[in-house]
Design a protein around this ligand. Structure first.
Ligand code: SF4
Length: 229
């Protein structure tokens, strides 16, 4: 296990971010951001330290109108260095060539619109910040705050999830205490928000990510294509 992986587990979100930024080139760090509450907290912590940190948004073409509006609003309000990660084909091209993949093959749809574009976009970076938390899903139970990952190309990078140990109450408390505007879809009962066709309001008490993909899967693939080493 590397020094970073040993070090980070018990530190607070602030401390981990400081430690990682101190030991790595800030110019080679980025954040993936779907503009959910957790991402906005990590972004809030990062932007105070690295105001121009690249904020990678997977622009699948299938997001809620509210997400696009919120992304634009916060991009202006926080002067974000927003990087829209675009798939090779437009929605129109993909649907005319392959059909409505989110209905017939959501795994392929996520692969084409999220995973492959992200893998390419991460190549220049050596630190990848995320808003992942262990509590979000059974697939994230073993998440570590700092993990060493290798992209399919062989590129190595640190995947850093400062909020890994946080629960939902902590997320909401930080959001309220720091007066962070949040995605309005939370007020309608959504707890985990991605592309509109694949996001439903979860049943009361159910796993927050159970409303994604009709419960058929829990991950789109962007957090499973590379494994911790
Ligand atoms: S979440 Fe749904 S619409 Fe978005 S890329 Fe995946 S399958 Fe396609």
């Amino acid at each position: 296990m590397t020094f970073e992986a040993q070090l980070a587990e018990e530190l607070s979100a602030d401390q981990i971010i400081d430690e990682i930024l101190h030991k790595n080139e800030t110019a080679r760090a980025c954040l993936t951001c779907s503009f959910q509450a957790e991402d906005m907290i990590v972004l809030d912590l990062l932007r105070k330290r690295v105001p121009d940190i690249p904020v990678l948004f997977l622009e699948t073409g299938y997001h809620f109108a509210e997400t696009y509006e919120y992304r634009s609003r916060m991009g202006q309000k926080w002067s974000l260095n927003l990087v829209n990660v675009i798939p090779e084909k437009t929605v129109k091209q993909q649907e005319s060539e392959l059909g409505i993949l989110y209905r017939i093959d959501p795994t392929q749809c996520c692969q084409l619109r999220k995973v492959e574009p992200l893998m390419l976009s991460l190549e220049p970076y050596r630190v990848w910040f995320t808003g992942l938390r262990r509590e979000q899903s059974p697939t994230r139970r073993n998440l570590k705050q700092v993990e060493n990952h290798r992209l399919p190309s062989g590129t190595e990078l640190l995947k850093v999830s400062p909020l890994a140990a946080w629960d939902w109450k902590q997320v909401w408390r930080y959001t309220v205490d720091n007066e962070i505007d949040y995605l309005p879809l939370y007020d309608r009962g959504y707890l985990s928000i991605g592309c509109e066709p694949c996001t439903k309001i979860p049943h009361a008490g159910a796993d927050p990510r159970s409303g994604r993909w009709g419960g058929a899967k829990l991950e789109c693939g962007i957090h499973t294509f590379s494994k911790p080493e």
